[in-house]
Each structure stands twice: as structure tokens, then as C-alpha cells.
Design a protein around this ligand. Structure first.
Ligand SMILES: Nc1ncnc2c1ncn2[C@@H]1O[C@H](COP(=O)(O)OP(=O)(O)OP(=O)(O)O)[C@@H](O)[C@H]1O
Length: 510
């Protein structure tokens, strides 16, 4: 790392309050996105290097190899390195404001110091969530402000770029602050969070719920205590029974039959009663509903003597992970709807005082554009009204182009990791004014774990390296090479066992 505060060069040519360019001091190395500082007696202007170019007026492209070699061998060096920077703002009395000062040619540019960068990117605020460090400046921590999550957060990137990792970091920080957090986890990416050295300190605050229908990507031995998310049949409305039976919302005939069966039931109304009630409906209806009845019988393990409720999964400082792995999407939708609808009801009626954060992994599967399912309606409602009641979304997706655009544009803060697909870039660009052309251009060149943070939770767009996780990750990339070594070893073991058997057979016969 280069010394902070060291001289880098002087401004040249035309400069403005937004952009400036400087000629680099010989021997100085600089990288794109590095932070620089122009100091005046009463304020400092902080900028970021956006472009680096090197120019020679002598070494023209028509010179030919020998010509260039002659200059180089005679040490004729008149190469000029020009850096173009954009101003991030002016720091005056420790406060960052938009820069309106003129930068004149011939002004000294220095590498930005730790102090000034820390003032900007990691201000000492109660609501600061520590998410990582500045790219190229591991000595400068970056935090985002929890109050900026008031208008929801989107975490967007192509697969493998670090969405779940980043979401886990935000969850850890929220737990430190005592937030109530719910995670809808269709691929069991978060169920190992209680494991590992760091995870153990969080484990008293993490509960994992799994419906008996979730296949569970990791066994209970790996995950530890997992609580069943169950339903008591008698707590269900006819509409919910239809949802569970996989009867679509517009299949009104079948829904009506379920309603008739439900209203013909007497007494306890458990699943057995419900199935018996097919006897009380006309034979043609019985025929129509028979396949769905067979289906609900197959999934009867989700029913129990108790419905898992709000008090189980919402509590101050608790992170509740809903492991939905292996479930059909419509059942995942039903359970997710149940959970977030109950949260919204409790918040609207002021039954739960504290803010609740709902993380939705693979959000494009819950709210694809143009759908009007109960889960999508509820998510849309939270996106537009949640902030009034203290319910905040963290929407995680690899397909910003394949998610309801209203919900995406209600997410006023965004963590964007590597994205290369042009359609997804366009969707991002359309979703927020704060995402400029320059940001979109940079998205393809981000490394795994590098992110652009934009919107209400930061003062200015930041390019950061998201910090290491303290809790254990699930669902990371598999190391194919080491797995193949194990596969070869197993194959060779099998071959040698076979060989031994063969030899024994030859010695003893048969
Ligand atoms: N900031 C980071 N620091 C270190 N490693 C990281 C970071 N971000 C991601 N990784 C690693 O990169 C791999 C992919 O990350 P992750 O699973 O979070 O990606 P993803 O975008 O959620 O992928 P998918 O869409 O497939 O779920 C993981 O092995 C993870 O540990």
C-alpha cells in the first residue's frame, strides 16, 4: 500500500468543480478508484481517480520498432501520465458537502489520508453497519447507515459474485444492533450461520425453522437445532387450504369445492375431517378435487397440533432463518406469505414495537414481473408502505431484470456486485437515479466480493470490498478440484478392493 498523504502530482488543463485532471509525479504508482485529496487552508476536496492514461508526443504510432527502440535506448523519456478524477465532495469542519469550489491548474494533489477518508466513509454514528473497506485502501473501513434502510435495500449481482456473503454481513451487523431479522432462504444459504468460531457468538440469537417438507440441504447434524415450522389444520382458512393444495388463485371452481368441503365440516376440523368431507359433496366435484386430495394427504407432515407463529420467529435481536430448501415454489410462497403477512399485520396494529428486516433470497422467484400472487402482493405492499410501520425489505436477486420493477425501484439503497448481463444492467440503471453510467460501466470489472454501494444508506457512492464473514457461510462455490481428488481416491480404493476380491477368488476358487 502506498503512503497516504503523499504527493501525487499537479492539476493541469481544464478542471471544474466536478472533474479535475492531474499529471502524475514520476515514480508514483496509482490505481484506478484510488482516493486523492486537494488541501486548502480551510477545507479539502476529496476525489476519486476514474481514469489513468499515459501519453507521449514523441513516440508516435507511425514510428516503427527501430525508431521507438532508439528513443528508449537513449533514455529519452517524455511520457506523461494523466489521471482524471471526479470530486466526491468538500470536507469542511469534518463534514462532507457537495463540492462547489473551483480547482485551478497547478494545484497539488495528494493521496487521500486515512483520517479524511475515515471521516467520510466510516463516520462515528450509532447506526453505522461495518460492511468492509474501501477498494485499494484496506486501512479505511466502510460503514453504511442503518437509517438508510428505511426505504429498503436491494443486493444485486450475477451468480457467484458474493450476494449471499454480503447479505450475511448485513445480517451480522443488524444482529449486533439488536434488530429483528427474518430470512426467507430457498436454498439454505444461511443455515450454517451458527457454526464456526465467529458463528458461536451469534448462535444464541439465531433460530432456524424448517417445514417437514423442506429437504434441508444440510443435515441436522451439520445445522444443529432446527425447529419445525408446522400448521394446525383447524387454524387454516379455506383459501389457505387451497393454497397448500396447489390450487391456483384463478382456479375458482376448485377453490369453491374446497370452501364447500370446509363449511360442511363439523367439530375439530382436522385434516382427517377435511378428507372425510369429500363424502358430503356431489360426486362430480369429488372427482374434480380427488388429485388435490391425494396431494394434501402426501404432504400431511406439515400439519401438527400447533401453528408456528409470530412470537416464535420475531423477537428483539433475533435472526430467524426460514429454510425453504427443496420445497415447490408455490408452497415456499405460501409459507413465506404466512410469515411476512403476519409480521405486517402485527406492525400495522402496533403489536410489535421494533423494526423488522425481511431478507428475501432469490427474490425474482417470489416477485417476478406481472404476477399477482398473495406473496407478491404482500411484498409490494411492504415495499410501498412498510417504512411507515417499521418493516424493511432486503431484496436479493441475480436477475434485476426479472423482478417486479416497482419493488426494485422502491429499494433506495443498493449493494451491487459484479453484473455483466446488459439487460440486468439496464434494469439497474432504470431502477434508481443514483446509479450513473459510470457505475454501470464499472460493474463488469468488479472482483468477487467487491461492491458498489449506492443510495440512501451511504453519503456518496462507494466502491468497497465487503468484509469477511464472522459466521459460517453455506452454499459457497464448491472446490471442484479438491472434490475430484477425493473422487479419484474413492475410485482407486474401490478398484483395489475389487482386485483383492478377485485374487481371493483365484486362490480359494468360487
Ligand atoms: N467479500 C468476500 N470476501 C471473501 N469471499 C467472498 C466474498 N464475497 C463472496 N465470497 C466468496 O465467493 C463465493 C460466492 O459467494 P456467494 O455464495 O455469496 O455468491 P452469490 O452471488 O450469492 O452466488 P449465488 O447466486 O450462486 O447464490 C463464496 O465462496 C464466498 O465465500
Amino acid at each position: 500500500m502506498h503512503e497516504s498523504g503523499s504527493e501525487l502530482g499537479y492539476t493541469v488543463g481544464e478542471n471544474s468543480s466536478e472533474y479535475f485532471q492531474f499529471v502524475l509525479k514520476p515514480g508514483c504508482a496509482i490505481r484506478r478508484w484510488e482516493y486523492v485529496e486537494i488541501s486548502y487552508p480551510d477545507h479539502s476536496i476529496v476525489g476519486r481517480v476514474e481514469r489513468i492514461a499515459s501519453r507521449s508526443d514523441l513516440l508516435k504510432d507511425n514510428l516503427g520498432y527501430e525508431g521507438v527502440e532508439r528513443y528508449v535506448k537513449n533514455d529519452i523519456n517524455e511520457i506523461v501520465d494523466i489521471c482524471t478524477g471526479s470530486t466526491l465532495g468538500t470536507v469542511e469542519n469534518g463534514k462532507l458537502t457537495k463540492s462547489r469550489y473551483l480547482i485551478r491548474p497547478g494545484t497539488l494533489v495528494k493521496r487521500a489520508g486515512v483520517k479524511i477518508l475515515t471521516e467520510i466513509f466510516n463516520p462515528p454514528e450509532e447506526g453505522a453497519l461495518n460492511v468492509g473497506t474501501l477498494i485499494g485502501r484496506e486501512d479505511v473501513r466502510v460503514s453504511v447507515n442503518v437509517n438508510g434502510l428505511r426505504r429498503h435495500l436491494a443486493i444485486v449481482a450475477q451468480t457467484g459474485a458474493g450476494k449471499s456473503h454480503s447479505a450475511g454481513v448485513i445480517m451480522e451487523e443488524l444482529m449486533k444492533k439488536g434488530a429483528s431479522v427474518i430470512v426467507l432462504d430457498p436454498h439454505a444459504d444461511y443455515v450454517l450461520m451458527r457454526q464456526g468460531e465467529g458463528g458461536r457468538s451469534y448462535s444464541p440469537f439465531i433460530r432456524i425453522f424448517r417445514t417437514p417438507l423442506s429437504t434441508g440441504r444440510y443435515s441436522r447434524d451439520n445445522v444443529g437445532i432446527v425447529e419445525d415450522f408446522t400448521l394446525r389444520f383447524s387454524d387454516l382458512e379455506p383459501d389457505e387450504i387451497s393454497d397448500i393444495m396447489g390450487i391456483k388463485e384463478n382456479w375458482t371452481n376448485l377453490r369453491k369445492i374446497v370452501e364447500d368441503m370446509h363449511s360442511s365440516m363439523k367439530g375439530l376440523k382436522d385434516l382427517e375431517d377435511f378428507m372425510m368431507s369429500t363424502e358430503k359433496i356431489p360426486p362430480e366435484d369429488r372427482k374434480k378435487i380427488s388429485a388435490r386430495i391425494r396431494f394434501i394427504k402426501k404432504i400431511k407432515s406439515i400439519f401438527s397440533t400447533r401453528t408456528t407463529g409470530l412470537k416464535d420467529y420475531v423477537s428483539p435481536g433475533q435472526l430467524s432463518i426460514m429454510d425453504l430448501s427443496g420445497m415447490d415454489q408455490y408452497l415456499a410462497n405460501y409459507f413465506s406469505f404466512r410469515v411476512i403477512n403476519e409480521i405486517m399485520d402485527a406492525k400495522v396494529s402496533y403489536d410489535y414495537e421494533y423494526p423488522v428486516f425481511i431478507f428475501i433470497e432469490e427474490a425474482h422467484n417470489f416477485i417476478p414481473p406481472g404476477t399477482n400472487t398473495k406473496i407478491s402482493q404482500t411484498i409490494k405492499r411492504i415495499a410501498s408502505e412498510g417504512r411507515k410501520f417499521g418493516v424493511f425489505l432486503v431484496v436479493i436477486t441475480q436477475r434485476p431484470g426479472k423482478i417486479d420493477q416497482d419493488v426494485l425501484s422502491q429499494c433506495n439503497s443498493q449493494i451491487i456486485l459484479r453484473v455483466t448481463n446488459p439487460l440486468d444492467k439496464k434494469a439497474l440503471m432504470d431502477s434508481a437515479e443514483s446509479i450513473s453510467d459510470a457505475i454501470i460501466e464499472d460493474l463488469s470489472s468488479l472482483e468477487t466480493g467487491e461492491a458498489i454501494l449506492v443510495g440512501e444508506f451511504v453519503r456518496i457512492p462507494i466502491i468497497a470490498k465487503i468484509r469477511e464473514r464472522e459466521t459460517k457461510e453455506g452454499g459457497g462455490d464448491v472446490d471442484i478440484a479438491s472434490l475430484l481428488i477425493r473422487a479419484r481416491e474413492e475410485r482407486d480404493r474401490n478398484i483395489s478392493i475389487e482386485g483383492d476380491r478377485e485374487r481371493v477368488k483365484n486362490i480359494f476358487g468360487g
